[in-house]
Design a protein around this ligand. Structure first.
Ligand code: SF4
Length: 225
């Protein structure tokens, strides 16, 4: 019987395909070193966004924002996982959750989950001009409100639809303008402003359509689409 490797990670890549890790204080060093993930590889999940919690195996609104490594090409597979090579491309500089991760012995990972998580402010220097814009974006497009208005906006609540339309336009605009004016990589906008409002709406099966004349409307996405 193979007892020797019962608890040894087989590096099958399954965990990497289920999504990138959340980032903790002990990951600050690898990020700042420039050898691990960069800001363009990180997505912010904002307070109030619905996110999957592996410990409780459920989706729930986040009480605090968290940062995690992005998925690749519209999938959950971690951006650093190479399907061709079947390996992590930053293995020596992988984040702490990945170091602790062993799906056949998850206790160590559960322990790392309890470590302090980092937020955008841990990676943006004080006084950075984008901090004010981030705060304004939070005021204009709070994730809790997006979750609350998504369904009413598809069922005839004109006020909800109008408020959501404002959020979608504001969010679209900021993601376009910041790279244009600053020369920053557009890939970094998911770090600075979180996932686009349009993406968050899809979590609630809500799609954004533009009617003739430019009016923005919201419709329910049928199951399976
Ligand atoms: S950083 Fe590497 S080990 Fe961690 S999830 Fe991504 S590919 Fe897997």
């Amino acid at each position: 019987m193979d007892t020797q490797n019962k608890n040894t990670c087989k590096q099958c890549g399954n965990c990497c395909r289920e999504g990138g890790p959340a980032l903790h204080v002990e990951d600050l060093e690898i990020i700042r070193s420039g050898q691990g993930p960069d800001l363009v590889h990180i997505v912010t999940l904002r307070r109030g966004e619905h996110a999957y919690d592996q410990v409780t195996n459920s989706f729930a609104p986040l009480k605090e924002e968290l940062l995690k490594l992005k998925g690749s090409q519209g999938t959950w597979t971690c951006t650093f996982y190479s399907n061709e090579a079947a390996m992590c491309t930053i293995y020596e500089h992988r984040p702490s959750e990945c170091r602790a991760l062993n799906c056949r012995a998850p206790e160590e990972l559960y322990e790392v989950y309890t470590h302090e998580r980092i937020s955008r402010r841990d990676l943006i220097p004080q006084g950075h001009p984008l901090l004010e814009l981030i705060d304004e974006h939070e005021r204009q497009c709070p994730a809790e409100e997006i979750a609350r208005l998504a369904t009413p906006a598809t069922t005839g609540d004109a006020e909800a639809a109008e408020r959501l339309a404002h959020m979608v336009r504001y969010d679209d605009e900021i993601r376009k303008l910041v790279p244009e004016k600053s020369g920053m990589d557009p890939e970094g906008m998911d770090f600075f402003f979180g996932r686009p409002v349009r993406t968050l709406l899809r979590q609630f099966a809500t799609a954004v359509n533009i009617e003739k004349g430019g009016k923005m409307v919201f419709r329910k996405i049928p199951k399976g689409q």
